[in-house]
Each structure stands twice: as C-alpha cells, then as structure tokens.
Design a protein around this ligand. Structure first.
Ligand SMILES: Cc1cc2nc3c(=O)[nH]c(=O)nc-3n(C[C@H](O)[C@H](O)[C@H](O)COP(=O)(O)OP(=O)(O)OC[C@H]3O[C@@H](n4cnc5c(N)ncnc54)[C@H](O)[C@@H]3O)c2cc1C
Length: 336
C-alpha cells in the first residue's frame, strides 16, 4: 500500500487524444494525471507540425496544429489535472489490491485505472549521432531550451535546419554573446520569413556542415565540423553551449513489455477501449480494433468511450453514458 494519492485515471501520453481524455475525465468527476515524455504537451502536432493547418477537425474549417493544442490545453484546464512533463513511463504493474504502480524514469505513480494515449510511442529528440555525445548530455549539450538565461553571454552552437532550429538561433541572438547555426544543407527548411530574418541577423550561419567531433573533458569546448561536400574539416574554438535541434524519433519501447496484446505496433482494444488487462484502456493512434483509422477525429471519439468505461470501473454505481456537457458545464463559463 502507498500513502501517495491514488489517481482515478492516469493518462500516458499528452498528445491531442490524451489532452481531450483529461478534459473528459474532469467532466466525469475523476481525478486525472497526464504523464508525457516531452517537456511540452501536444504530441505529434506540437513536435512535428505545429505550423501546419489541419482541415479535418469537426467544426474547424481549418486550424493550425499548435492552435488546436492551445485550445485543448485551455479546455483541459477547466478541471484540475496534474501534468507531469519530461517523464517517460517505463513499467506498469498491478498490485494485489488492483492498484496500478506506474514507474517512470523519475518516480512512481499510483492509479486506479490507466488510459494509454501514447501515439507511436514516446518521443525523444533525434541525436547528433556522433561519438562522445552521451558524455556531454548532462553538461553543455542540450536538446531542449527551457531557460534562455542559461545562455546569456555564452557562445552557442545550434545544430539543425528546420523552423525550431532557426527560431532558437533568433531567440538566442539578443541573449547570447555569439550564436552559430550549423546545417548540413545550404538551404534551410524553415519558413521563408524566418530565414530572411536569420540572414539579416548577427547569427553566424555555417552551411553545409555536419558535426564531426565534440572536444572537451567535462564539457564541450571545441567542435570540429565536416563540410558536407568536400569533407574538409573546420575547428570551432570557444564553444560554451551546444543545442541539437534535429526533430524527434518515437519508439514503442517499453510499452511492448507491459503484458498488453499488441498487433502491428498497436494495442488491441474492444469497443469499450479496454485492453486485455482489466483497468487499462487505450485510445488514439496507439490503439487498434477492426476498422480503426488513425486520425485526430477518431481519437477524439475514442477518448470519452475510454474515460466513461474507466469511470464505471472505478465507481461501478456510475453510468457509462455521461450527462451532456451542456448540463454539466452550466457553471463553467470559462469554457466558452
Ligand atoms: C505531418 C503530419 C500531419 C498530420 N496531419 C493530420 C491531419 O491533417 N488530420 C489528422 O486527423 N491527423 C493528422 N496527423 C496524424 C495525427 O497527428 C495523429 O493522429 C495524432 O497526433 C494522434 O494523437 P495521439 O494523442 O493519439 O498521439 P500523439 O500525438 O502521437 O501523442 C502521443 C504522446 O504520447 C507520448 N508518449 C508515448 N509513450 C510515452 C511513454 N511511455 N511515457 C510518456 N509519454 C509517452 C509521446 O511523447 C507523445 O507526445 C498528421 C501527422 C503528421 C506527422
């Protein structure tokens, strides 16, 4: 037994489906926690295509992916929800008393039910892929920029050619002493107007270069770049901080070891979104059933089904069919 609070439903994965599920858990008067491996909510939408427009969300002729996530966050926060970011779920076990013990890379959580909305699996930053990268991960090699102040007055080298790499370089420019942006191609994939801003800024643009060697003892001091075409090498001295922005890779990873029925990298569920383990549900891209399609819209439909069945599991006297939101939310004017 634990003295820690036991949550009604713990949602693994903070993508759009996990976020909408969290809202629905609040509507059903459940205590809700979301565990997400990235430092941000939003799943594929925030990590892979924040600036793209989506055209097949009911009621929205078009909506930018990040805008949809911002709206989901606003909707979700109408009810109290505990959000645990930068935590990857590694293990799930069921105690003899039926309580789930959820172990992440940081701590242990306890829950009466679990809803897995893990998409294609946990997102992790794509690494540089060169020797000694791991040696500097806890020193001055970063994959996320959470605090600009850390870079004040420093010489910062940013790797990447997409929107976020260019945006980070531009955001760091007024804070850092010097910003270098290294990209393996001559052309950047970022928006035209961001690239124009970049070229007009004091950021030193180094193209077409690949990272070749990280040099330093406790931390990186120097970096050797290799020219992508003629393979000539260039040594950059006095590097204080290195930021890698190569996008994300996702992997099902530990989910395969949780005793769930998996078919084609997806968790098999029935029409109640129940998995083969009583008390564990799945929704969104991670789940599969006959006729399943992987769309945000279908995940949004699966979320209330999973949550409402989890509600009955936690409190057998409740009904699967929820009251309509128009009845429940009468006093929640901030939803509008
Ligand atoms: C370029 C692109 C364009 C798209 N356009 C559309 C479109 O127009 N319309 C549409 O309907 N769909 C579109 N999709 C698909 C859509 O993005 C997905 O269907 C949707 O993101 C699924 O949502 P989800 O919440 O199920 O999973 P995801 O968005 O994948 O979120 C899952 C989250 O779970 C986290 N996670 C996984 N495992 C763990 C773990 N062990 N511990 C902690 N956290 C974990 C992940 O880090 C991730 O953040 C597009 C996809 C791409 C790549």
């Amino acid at each position: 037994m634990t003295n820690l609070p036991i949550i009604d439903v713990t949602i693994i994965g903070g993508g759009p489906v996990g976020m909408f599920s969290a809202f629905y858990g609040g509507m059903r008067k459940m205590s809700v926690k979301i565990i997400e491996s990235l430092p941000q909510l939003g799943g594929q939408l925030s990590a892979l295509y924040p600036e793209k427009y989506i055209y097949d969300i009911a009621g929205f002729p078009e909506v930018k992916a990040q805008q949809l996530i911002d709206n989901l966050e606003k909707q979700m926060k109408v009810f109290p929800v505990e959000v645990c970011l930068e935590e990857s779920v590694e293990k799930i076990e069921k105690n003899a008393d039926g309580i789930f013990v959820i172990t992440t890379n940081k701590k242990t959580h306890y829950s009466k039910t679990i809803l897995i909305t893990a998409g294609n699996g946990a997102f992790n930053p794509r690494p540089l892929g060169i020797e000694r990268e791991d040696d500097f991960k806890n020193a001055n090699l970063h994959y996320f920029v959470n605090d600009l102040e850390k870079f004040r007055g420093k010489n910062v080298m940013v790797f990447g050619g997409g929107d976020s790499a260019v945006d980070w370089a531009l955001m760091l420019e007024p804070v850092a002493s010097k910003v270098m942006l290294v990209h393996r191609r001559d052309k950047f994939r970022a928006h035209e107007h961001s690239v124009e801003k970049l070229m007009a800024s004091s950021v030193e643009v180094l193209t077409p270069y690949n990272p070749h060697m990280l040099i330093g003892t406790e931390k990186i001091d120097q970096v050797i770049l290799k020219h992508a075409k003629d393979e000539s090498q260039t040594l950059l001295k006095d590097v204080d901080e290195v930021i890698v922005n190569y996008g994300f890779v996702s992997t099902l990873g530990p989910i395969k070891n949780w005793g769930l029925q998996i078919e084609k990298n997806s968790i098999v569920v029935n029409s109640r979104m129940e998995t083969n383990i009583e008390g564990i549900y799945a929704a969104g891209d991670i789940c599969t059933y006959e006729g399943k399609i992987k769309l945000i819209a279908s995940g949004f439909g699966e979320a209330p089904v999973a949550i409402s069945n989890a509600k009955v599991y936690v409190d057998p006297s409740s009904k699967v069919q929820p009251l309509h939101s128009t009845s429940i939310m009468e006093n929640k004017k901030q939803l509008v």
